[in-house]
Design a protein around this ligand. Structure first.
Ligand code: SF4
Ligand code: FE2
Length: 636
């Protein structure tokens, strides 16, 4: 393998050779061109908050120890990381707002392309939010649920927390967070307050700044909870489905359309319209019609609801175009590489942006609004079909690499599988197996891909260690993508890697649930906004046992954390009491005050803390040790 290509994915290695021979730069080349990266920035010690700057603090103590305004290294680091948490919260919560506003319009009968696909869930949410449903039509309930949800963006009463946090975390945890003063009362206000307090000359007390960031991270949790749950109402709650993952899902005999990004509002309609327009694709000579494939988290969304195969995850999104067989890449929001249009232009591929606030130079923009979703989806698909007619068969090169993946384990799907063992008390089999040690603990893998590591490798190394130690594993986002691509989300992986007792439990549940074999080794819980699914399962477990989340043998791991969203997720993970592993070095190590706060300080406050470990073998063992300690404390 070329050392420059930092990936463990054989499909990516194969396609990087194509890029090289065509003289096309990829993410790996741009990473190389950035070396060595700025040491001040890596430590979080560069401040660009005002135009007297940039200022930087000398980490060795020889040069300046404060910025021009007097901010020291702790204040600078705290402000930088806190702003990242706010950006993460903003990203998830804008996504959530988009979904909530759409549900409100559906409730008013204004969006004919959409409907309520999970009515039972709508009513469950209404109950959760204390909404009276008596004598109301379903659409009226939908309107009320959306309207009450939107109060989480509007409430000005500081004494009232956001509805969704209160409804989705254990009572004990909500009380602790409230006591610590880190419960958000309003998502928008929290993000706005972080920007204000980190403006030059405002909050300069590093711990206070950081705790303001934790409130932002909890606003992120609130935003993703509502985004996830309301998406299920509109698009259906995922249940297990067998599909495939990795670049081999691109089909040379079809018009290939990749959906990339995070928000399912458009991709859902594209899936519907693709079925209707299949014959048009066949009419221009594509024998298999239209083939939708997913990338990143929009990929996760359509994979778990419709079994749409996943072409690849974040870091290798450019590779889909390098196959020469991708006719269109349709993008919505978040984690979309601005390099895509340039690479698309080297082929016949249409790179299509769809959100007016998320455009890219060189891309075709087709503006998407829910009101004209069907027309937009048709226009996009027609664009892909037209591009197919320009495809050069001589340049088609699709590595035949793909793996079977069983995906779609929403918390409801997990409960449904468990209820096949005990219909009256579905959590009992899980509780019993945790107590008797057949399952030692539960780990949630979340987060991104990063060039700081070898793509997808740490996920696999850590998961294999945890599997051998009988830890039940859940995954979301590009972590889920990594497991799906590398064959760790199927039944064979359970047979091959699970410890004996874990294997026995996964087999018993899988058999009872009618899967004809064990559950997959790692359960796919969805996109990165779906991390709240794992929390709802954990909350159900905690409530069942009358304990707090920090008491349970639960851990989280983000082996390739990269985006501001991941920083927000990891931070609320800590705030809700989870030991949370980061496999990439966070940009905070320039301040011992902040690094101590993230570890020991957080432990005192939240009983959750960060574990920073870049070696995946050591990280896996550390997580196993943490789980053992938690079990010991519980006396099991
Ligand atoms: Fe420098 Fe202070 Fe301005 Fe930051 S806020 S750039 S440390 S003067
Ligand atoms: Fe994501």
């Amino acid at each position: 393998m070329n050392n420059r290509i930092k990936t463990s994915d054989p499909a990516v290695i194969a396609l990087c050779s194509v890029a090289e021979s065509e003289g096309i730069a990829t993410v790996f080349d741009r990473y190389q061109a950035q070396q060595p990266q700025c040491g001040f920035g890596s430590l979080g010690l560069c401040c660009r908050i005002c135009w007297k700057g940039p200022c930087r603090v000398d980490p060795f103590g020889d040069g300046p120890q404060a910025g021009i305004c007097g901010a020291d290294k702790h204040t600078i680091v705290a402000r930088n990381v806190t702003r990242m948490m706010a950006a993460g919260a903003a990203a998830h919560s804008e996504h959530g707002r988009h979904i909530a506003l759409a549900l409100q319009k559906i409730g008013k009968g204004l969006l004919p392309a959409y409907r309520i696909r999970d009515e039972a869930k709508l009513y469950r949410i209404a109950t959760l939010l204390n909404i009276d449903t008596q004598n109301k039509e379903m659409l009226e309930v939908a309107y009320d649920v959306a309207t009450k949800t939107l109060e989480d963006y509007q409430n000005q009463d500081h004494h009232k927390g956001c509805h969704w946090i209160s409804a989705t975390l254990p009572k004990k945890r909500v009380e602790l967070l409230s006591h610590l003063g880190v419960l958000p009362h309003n998502i928008d206000a929290t993000v706005s307050q972080i920007m204000a307090r980190t403006h030059i000359g405002c909050d300069a007390e590093p711990k206070n700044v950081f705790l303001g960031g934790i409130r932002g991270a909890l606003a992120d949790f609130n935003g993703m909870s509502l985004a996830t749950e309301l998406s299920d109402v509109m698009f259906g709650t995922p249940s297990p489905v067998v599909t495939e993952a990795n670049i081999g899902v691109i089909d040379k005999n079809a018009v290939n359309i990749a959906v990339n990004g995070h928000n399912p509002m458009l991709s859902e309609v594209i899936c519907d319209m693709a079925r209707e327009m299949n014959d048009i694709a066949k009419g221009v000579g594509a024998p298999k019609g239209i083939n939708i494939v997913g990338i990143c988290c929009t990929g996760n969304e359509v994979m778990m609801r419709h079994g749409v195969p996943l072409a690849t995850n974040y870091l290798s999104q450019e590779m889909a175009i390098l196959t020469g067989a991708l006719d269109a890449m349709v993008v919505d929001v978040q984690c979309i590489m601005p390099s895509l249009p340039q690479i698309g232009n080297c082929f016949h591929t249409e790179v299509i942006t769809t959100m007016d606030e998320n455009k890219m130079q060189g891309a075709r923009h087709i503006s998407f609004h829910e009101e004209n979703a069907v027309e937009t989806a048709r226009e996009i698909i027609q664009c892909a079909i037209n591009a197919y007619t320009r495809r050069d068969p001589k340049r088609v090169n699709i590595p035949n690499i793909k793996q079977t993946a069983v995906v779609g384990f929403s918390s409801e799907a997990v409960m449904a599988a468990l209820s096949k063992i005990d219909a009256d008390d579905p959590l009992k089999p899980l509780v019993d197996n945790i107590v008797n040690g057949n399952i030692q603990g539960v780990a949630l893998f979340a987060g991104c891909n990063s060039t700081q590591t070898v793509q997808d490798e740490s996920y696999q190394v850590i998961a294999k260690t945890l599997a051998a130690n009988n830890v039940l594993m859940l995954a979301t986002g590009c972590g889920a993508g990594a497991f799906a691509k590398h064959g760790l989300m199927n039944q064979q992986a359970t047979e091959q890697y699970a410890g004996d007792s874990l294997k026995a439990v996964l087999t018993a549940i899988g058999q009872a649930a009618g899967l004809g074999g064990p559950l997959p080794l790692v359960l796919h819980m969805g996109s990165c906004v779906d991390n709240s699914r794992a929390v709802s399962l954990a909350t159900a477990l905690a409530n069942r046992l009358g304990v707090d989340l920090c008491d349970l043998p639960l851990v989280a791991s983000a082996p390739e954390a990269m985006s501001e969203k991941a920083i927000a997720i990891a931070s609320w993970g800590v705030a809700i009491g989870l030991p949370t592993h980061l496999g990439t070095m966070p940009q905070v190590t320039g301040s011992d005050v902040i690094t101590d706060l993230m570890q020991e300080g957080a432990k005192d406050l939240f009983d959750g803390y960060f574990i920073v470990e870049t070696d995946p073998k050591i990280a896996g063992n550390k997580l196993v040790d943490v789980i053992k300690q938690k079990r010991q404390k519980l006396g099991i």
